[in-house]
Design a protein around this ligand. Structure first.
Ligand SMILES: [Zn+2]
Length: 257
């Protein structure tokens, strides 16, 4: 495509990057990315992807903005209380970059609707804190063969991995099934807002790398950090040939967890 003078100026600092150029910018412009969760992780993901010029963004979230969200969900403001998060987020992103196509989905994802949702996108970013959704999104991406960049943040810690279905380890290769019983949540043990900001930003970096082909994606690895000691670790993980989701006898349909 031919970028306008204004676009060339807007994206100048991207285009200058080694290995990037106008070609990299065009890949971003043509990319269709679905972000599931417009909260603590989703806020920086959405801001940075929109700023970088990812041409089509889908935002999926069923919640409305609550006062207790604002400590970390920086795409929403006090004026947005009780507003649907997808609407609040879209307003900010459209103001930041009017170049983009932004689609919103306020229905909660489930095993019946997620494949249709994914079908319009090339890449999926999982930015939810609900374990059942994390597993469902993983399964759907394996079935639909969509590259998934997943993250989580809780307490002082965060986690990041990228998944190329049937080629690299999936979420179920690592954790098999959702935890049972009482699981810690942001509402029970707290979450430092800046930790969500850090890991959401890392997810945006991963997405931009994977879309443009710059650098090495975090496939078959999981990055973790406890910010109390700034203890970043990159742990190698292996795809499980017998994984109940992506293995030889893997899933052929979806279920709700
Ligand atoms: Zn697997």
């Amino acid at each position: 495509m031919i970028f306008s003078t204004e676009q060339l100026e807007r994206y100048n600092r991207n285009i200058l990057l080694s290995g990037f150029g106008e070609e990299g910018q065009e890949k971003l412009h043509n990319a269709k990315v679905l972000v599931i969760g417009a909260g603590g992780l989703g806020s920086p993901v959405l801001y940075y992807l929109a700023a970088a010029g990812v041409g089509t963004l889908g935002i999926c979230d069923g919640d409305v903005v609550d006062l207790s969200n604002l400590q970390r969900q920086i795409i929403h403001t006090t004026n947005d209380l009780d507003k649907l998060k997808v609407i609040s987020a879209k307003e900010k992103l459209s103001a930041l970059n009017p170049d983009l196509k932004i689609f919103t989905y306020k229905d909660r994802i489930n095993s019946k609707n997620i494949l249709e949702l994914l079908s319009d996108y090339d890449y999926v970013i999982e930015a939810t804190d609900i374990f059942s959704s994390k597993f469902l999104i993983n399964d759907a991406c394996v079935l639909a063969n969509k590259t998934l960049i997943r993250g989580s943040a809780l307490h002082f810690c965060g986690q990041l991995m990228s998944i190329k279905p049937k080629e690299s380890a999936c979420y179920a290769c690592l954790f098999d099934t959702p935890p049972t019983g009482e699981v810690p949540t942001g509402a029970s043990v707290g979450i430092l807002g800046a930790v969500a900001g850090l890991f959401g930003t890392l997810q945006a970096n991963e997405a931009i790398k994977i879309i443009t082909g710059v650098g090495t994606p975090l496939y078959n690895q999981i990055l973790t950090c406890d910010v109390r000691e700034m203890d970043f670790r990159k742990i190698a993980i292996k795809r499980n040939e017998n994984c109940r989701v992506c293995g030889q006898k893997g899933i052929t349909s979806l279920k709700d967890y």
